[in-house]
Structure formats: structure tokens, C-alpha cells
Write a protein that binds this ligand. Structure first.
Ligand code: PMP
Length: 305
């Protein structure tokens, strides 16, 4: 995706897409210490708006803090830069990818003294797990890979290196013909998808793993809490076992890229009726109303570009 027209924001300036390059001796490329975000902008009646820009920007700064990296731009500058990238590429709806990385001044595990960089790219990106997946639900496989323990590379940072675990799990699941992987934590409890948080529904109550299972504190996950409160649906964070997922009535994944994607099968066992469930559908439709600006209550979650 490097050969296309457009602009990428790099260290404070918009550069041509094809020129947005870094040196092969960049520290992050070798040792994996870096942090990123995945953000979406949606077309609303008032114009293109970035969903929960402040929360995504805060998580980027939090991830950098956890990794002991100091982003050399202010919070307000990084918020504004994201709006600027969407405008510069004239995108009506898109995915944004801010990423902070360590420069190439020297190699060796310690990055002390190396420059910290920041880039933001934006491009049109449809349904991450497929348009059909949003309607019919996806097929998921429990991964043979364990999710990071909370004291390994820090699970609340959306850090570059954490995604090796996600890549391995996703490749294993998709090679086996599934759409996505579900990872368990080191104690065997359900954690999250390779790039999504998990929710299950049983007897009208929504459950999601608590964050001690190593799941990322998803911004979409947080949005689901607000939606459930509005719909009068009880939602509980707790430890969840793999077989609790097998016997739940409905299940879905959430994420900025994945949005609200129903799960119709886990390990070849149908979830509920083996299709998108009615509560999932209600939550999904409330989600799309909010992100597309059709719910005035959440207008402050949308930042016009
Ligand atoms: N878990 C992982 C591992 C992810 O990569 C993502 C996507 N950022 C999520 C959960 C969901 O987070 P969010 O809703 O903030 O995109």
C-alpha cells in the first residue's frame, strides 16, 4: 500500500504518500518497541467526523508512557494532526493509523537517546471482517497461542510487539479456514480476539472478560457499555471460560476496525442459533447510529474534521 497518491503526516508535516519512509536501522523495526492506534472517521449528516478522537489520542499517549517513550508533540497537536490527515486525503469515511516509533540513531536494546517519531496515515477501509461477517457472523477458532500475560509486554499498551502474538493466532485460525482467532489468557480464561474484544450473551445478560485477562481496554468495548446502559441491558465484566462461550446464546467481537461483528461459530460449534442474535443486532444497530451521528446523545464523541 506504499504506491499511491495521498499525504501522510510525519513528524509535524504532510509528506507525499510515496515519500513517507524510514531508515532500515530504525530501533522499532529491530526490537518492536512502538505504539499505535486504530481510529475511524465516519460520514455523518454534518460532515466527516472522527469517532472518539480524544479517547484514541489518550490511549496513544498512555501506550507511549507505558513503553517509556515521550511523544514529542502535544495532545492537542496530535488531535489536530489526525483531522488534518483526513482533510488532506479528502476522505469521507476512513481508518486512521497513528504510530509512534523509535529512530535510527543507534541500535542495541536500550533506546535511550534515540529520537521518538510519530506518523499518521488515513485511508478508506471497509468492514475488517467482511461485510458478510457483519450480517451473518464469523467463524472463530480458539487459538493454540496464549494471550500475553499482564506482566510480559504490558497489555494496556497498544504496542507494536504485542501484535506478533495476534499475527500468529490470526494466521493459524485463517489457515485452518476460520475468520478469526480467540485467545485465552495464561490461566486458560478467555481474553480477546487477535484484534478485537469479546462479548457473550446468556439469558439476556451481556458478559465480557475483565481486563486482568490481558485484553486491551477497547474504546469500542467502552462504547458497548454505554449502549447496553441505554438499552437497559445488564452488562458484567468477569472471568469467562471457553465452554461458557460454547453454550452462550450470542457472541460478538468489537473493535475500531471490526466494529460490532457477530460470532456464529466457535471451534465448529454453533453459537446459539448459528447466526447473528437479536440482542447483538440491537447493539450493532445502536453502534452504527452513534458512529454515523444519528444519536444526538453522543454528539461529543464525534469530532468533525
Ligand atoms: N484488542 C486488540 C488486541 C485490538 O487490537 C483491538 C483493536 N484496537 C481491540 C481489542 C479493540 O480496541 P478498540 O475498540 O479500541 O479498537
Amino acid at each position: 500500500m506504499d504506491d499511491r497518491d495521498g499525504k501522510i503526516w510525519m513528524d509535524g508535516t504532510l509528506v507525499d504518500w510515496r515519500d513517507a519512509k524510514i531508515h532500515v536501522l530504525s530501533h522499532t523495526l529491530h526490537y518492536g518497541c512502538g505504539a499505535f492506534e486504530g481510529v475511524r472517521a465516519y460520514k455523518t449528516a454534518k460532515g466527516t467526523a472522527i469517532f472518539r478522537l480524544r479517547e484514541h489520542t489518550q490511549r496513544l499517549f498512555d501506550s507511549a508512557k507505558i513503553l517509556r517513550m515521550k511523544i514529542p508533540f502535544s495532545f492537542e497537536q496530535v488531535m489536530e494532526a489526525q483531522r488534518e490527515v483526513v482533510r488532506a486525503n479528502q476522505l469521507e469515511s476512513c481508518y486512521l493509523r497513528p504510530l509512534t516509533w523509535i529512530g535510527s540513531e543507534k541500535l542495541g536494546v536500550s533506546p535511550k537517546g534515540n529520537k521518538i517519531h510519530l506518523m499518521i496515515a488515513a485511508w478508506a477501509w471497509g468492514a475488517y471482517l467482511g461485510e458478510e461477517g457483519l450480517q451473518r457472523g464469523i467463524r472463530v477458532k480458539t487459538s493454540s497461542y496464549t494471550r500475553h500475560h499482564v506482566n510480559i509486554t504490558m497489555t494496556q499498551a497498544k504496542s507494536v510487539s504485542n501484535y506478533t502474538n495476534s499475527i500468529l493466532a490470526n494466521m493459524e485460525a485463517t489457515d485452518d479456514g476460520y475468520d478469526e482467532a480467540l485467545l485465552l489468557d495464561s490461566a486458560g480464561f478467555v481474553s480477546e480476539g487477535a484484534g478485537e474484544n469479546l462479548f457473550v450473551i446468556k439469558n439476556g445478560v451481556v458478559y465480557t472478560p475483565d481486563l486482568s485477562a490481558g485484553a486491551l481496554n477497547g474504546i469500542t468495548r467502552n462504547t458497548i457499555f454505554a449502549i447496553c446502559a441505554d438499552l437497559g441491558i445488564k452488562i458484567v465484566e468477569k472471568r469467562i471460560t471457553r465452554d461458557e462461550v460454547y453454550i452462550c446464546d450470542e457472541a460478538f467481537f468489537t473493535g475500531t476496525a471490526a466494529e460490532v461483528t457477530p460470532i456464529r461459530e466457535l471451534d465448529r460449534l454453533p453459537i446459539g442459533a448459528g447466526q447473528r442474535g437479536p440482542i447483538t443486532e440491537k447493539i450493532q444497530s445502536a453502534f452504527f447510529d452513534i458512529v454515523n451521528g444519528r444519536n444526538a446523545k453522543y454528539a461529543e464523541w464525534l469530532t468533525l474534521v
